[in-house]
Design a protein around this ligand. Structure first.
Ligand SMILES: [Zn+2]
Length: 261
């Protein structure tokens, strides 16, 4: 019986097998209580696209910080994360890193994940492949020269991309990371309490939260991070870097890749 099922299974066209695996996975996902928003994340994670949320039923969350480092904000944020033992992910701009190389080393020493946000914060939409490649490669070289491991995650400046940008980034081995919850801290219009309330209202397992430690950050960002960590822990959430959280993904694209020829 098992053997005949196996023969039938192998006989199916790969596309059909892929569809069956996806459907089975989706049924499992629903059984574990995932929301429809997770379906969107699944769809984006199966194609070269932007990962906005990790599909997991575990109460895990990733704090991310863009545009740094800056002398004013990065040390304050890093001190809170270190004190509270929270691993986070910094999407670093190379030109800023070159101005404050010791801050990158501090982040690495503190166990933070160093990810790429471009060497010059170049918006990649509308750029040709060579320009994109140069911006991405330059930043990887800068980060490595400052003692960080080669970055594997990329966040698009201004969140803007097109098919060329996504294709080039994926060809270069990057996973492109968006966000689930935008604190909008860079607008400097919201109080720390408003940002904390916004996150607590939207939080779901596998959420990626975006803050900034760049020039547009403020003392409200620092206060929001300080207040948010205990508030999320109280609700049972555990903090992970984005790469750590991707390993918690239930329908991991690599695992599906093993199953699908
Ligand atoms: Zn940015």
């Amino acid at each position: 019986m098992l053997k005949s099922f196996d023969a039938l299974w192998r006989g199916w066209r790969p596309a059909l097998r892929r569809a069956v695996l996806c459907t089975a996975g989706m049924a499992g996902a629903l059984a574990l209580g995932w929301s429809p928003r997770s379906h969107a994340a699944l769809a984006t994670s199966r194609t070269p696209g932007v990962i906005r949320q990790v599909i997991t039923s575990k109460k895990v969350v990733a704090l991310t910080f863009d545009d740094g480092p800056t002398r004013r904000w990065t040390p304050q944020i890093l001190a809170i994360l270190t004190h509270d033992k929270v691993p986070a992910t910094f999407f670093v701009v190379g030109s800023h890193a070159l101005r404050h190389p010791t801050l990158i080393q501090d982040e690495v020493r503190a166990g933070m994940e160093i990810a790429s946000h471009g060497s010059r914060h170049l918006v990649l939409r509308g750029k040709d492949a060579a320009t994109i490649r140069r911006e991405v490669e330059e930043n990887a070289a800068i980060l490595k020269s400052l003692g960080a491991p080669a970055p594997t995650l990329y966040r698009l400046p201004a969140g803007q991309s097109d098919r060329t940008a996504l294709t080039v980034l994926h060809q270069m081995g990057y996973q492109v990371i968006g966000w689930t919850i935008d604190t909008r801290d860079w607008r400097r219009r919201y109080s720390a309490q408003q940002m904390v309330d916004l996150v607590l209202k939207q939080i779901e397992p596998g959420s990626i939260i975006i803050f900034h430690d760049g020039p547009n950050s403020s003392d409200q960002t620092v206060a929001a991070v300080r207040a948010l960590i205990p508030a999320l822990r109280e609700r049972g959430y555990q903090f992970l870097t984005v790469s750590q959280m991707l390993k918690e993904e239930v329908l991991n694209r690599d695992r599906l890749g093993d199953l699908v020829p």
